[in-house]
Design a protein around this ligand. Sequence first.
Ligand SMILES: C[S@@+](CC[C@H](N)C(=O)[O-])C[C@H]1O[C@@H](n2cnc3c(N)ncnc32)[C@H](O)[C@@H]1O
Length: 224
Amino acid sequence: MARFVNKPSTIADAFTEPRWPPRRYHYYYVRGKLASDPLYPGVVAALRGCDAPLLDLGCGIGLLAHALRADGQALRYAGVDFDAGKIAVAKAAADRAKLAGVAFATCDLLRERPSHRGSVALLDVLQYLPGEAQERVLDDAIAMLEPGSRLVVRSGLHDDNARGRTTRMVDRLANAIGWMRSGPLCYPKQEWFERKLANAGLAADFRPLHGRTPFNNWLIVATR
Ligand SMILES: C[S@@+](CC[C@H](N)C(=O)[O-])C[C@H]1O[C@@H](n2cnc3c(N)ncnc32)[C@H](O)[C@@H]1O
């Protein structure tokens, strides 16, 4: 289990805006996310032992950077997202926490991907891209991998079971309340990942990563 699970309030503190009265919206979001979702323990465990620089595509408010540092991982981290508001929150929180070797930038994955060599994270992002863009983003992420680096994906998978339906419903709700700028478009299938990763000569591991949440979330780790 990742060490940072013992530090949820320290991480969340960095997301409190130091104004009076303090704005605690992101603080409570981060506390809730770290308490309920096994995403970050799963991802930091998947990256442990790998020093390659990491590009986090669709990084949101940059929580993964905090989780990695709290776990003692010093790898270089760059996060991009098309939501400028989230990138501003990510930069401010990383500055408050004095995270070293961390950078954030806005980038619309539908139009471009940053140039990068090393590991790549794609966490809960693919479902917001149309099918052909999912192909391009995954192909480009695979092309960024260097020997020994890792591709770490968390994604809901296309499934017509209760978990699949709950995932779709909650992703639509996140868009309706304004947390997500766009709604989910399509969920990739496991066979699609398997085919693309095998065609690229990558060894891949698939495992459920939903913990006690009702979602159909999977962790996919591929190594070059
Ligand atoms: C569910 S959030 C996940 C955030 C982060 N990866 C995490 O796991 O905490 C999905 C993220 O994908 C971003 N996103 C959606 N479409 C995008 C696009 N076309 N380009 C860049 N980012 C995008 C959203 O702004 C949002 O921050």
